[in-house]
Write a protein that binds this ligand. Sequence first.
Ligand SMILES: Cc1ncc(COP(=O)(O)O)c(C=O)c1O
Length: 369
Amino acid sequence: MNYKVPFVDYPTHYRRMEGEIDAAIKEILSNGDLILRNQLRQFEENIASFVGVTHAVGVNSGTDALHLSLLADRVGTGDEVVTVAHTFVATVAAIVHCGATPILVDVGEDFNMDMGQLEQAVSPQTKAIIPVHLNGRPCNMEKLMRIASEHNLIVIEDAAQALGASFDGQKAGSFGLAGCFSFYPAKILGGAGDGGVVVTNSGEIAEKICLLRDHGQQRNTGDILYYGFNSRLDNLQAAILNVKLRYLPRWIKRRRELATVYEEGLSGLPQIKTPPPPQQGCYFDVYTNYVVRAQERDRLVAHLRECGIEILISWPKPMHHHKALGLGHYRLPETERISKEVLSLPLNTEISNEQVEFVIESIRKFYIR
Ligand SMILES: Cc1ncc(COP(=O)(O)O)c(C=O)c1O
């Protein structure tokens, strides 16, 4: 369907940087620099400096960033890892694939981990916590890091949706032993396909992830130190991401402006609960997704789609209700409520203020009948 207001607009996004992206691709293909080359090293340096850490290792997805970080930190069988159910399944899959047990806790009103519940979930088997900075809003990292340090737990941040977000002036992804980002095309910094990165201040973790992503082999000696994976970030992707990273600060500014337009336009509608405003205390939100809670959600979504507005719902069924995952014993009331109420409105760097006004108008028309 051709939407009047698409959720993302990849062709227009590309056209804005067409010359630079084409030049970067041409240079790589002309030189044959395809795997583990200069553009990847440059991107790793650039993203480490953007997040404010000393090391970054490009991998093939956000999922692998999480999985390899857990493995590098020796999380495995017998260990428990506390995270949330209100996240993309990849967060939990990474824990399961290490042989560890996911312990799911509920979220608070801002869709992020409830710190009181985190504290209650810690047991003698707990080895790590994975906070998820959902929708571009950071978790309360002051509380989380205090709990982690009191119980001597590793923190691996799932910052897949939060590149550029910060808590108390410090960037998401830079608090824990490792921070994991995704460059899935719809993310705030999206590649031309899959990609991810692990950022860390630990040289040891960075070195281990470099080995794990490349079959466990030490390229200079030929020694194989682990059974590893093929999880390198392609040089071509790194070159495209290098071009886009330069635009990220202005994209973040635009996203925050648009969030304010939505917030003001939807204010006074008791049926809609907007997310917290762009600058709320210590929280600096980048609005990777603009998620509202709505009364009569499913009817509203149908109405908006009829108006030509593309809407996403993340996620209509709570993760612990998917039978195949074996998590059915959990009762997480807020997560369950959220799944019935949330919808993501289009918010991207290509959208015009008029399009956002049209979305607001269409929502108001639905409720004010
Ligand atoms: C919160 C969260 N965690 C992990 C991932 C996994 O990232 P990827 O799709 O790059 O594997 C995503 C991506 O959608 C995500 O949103």
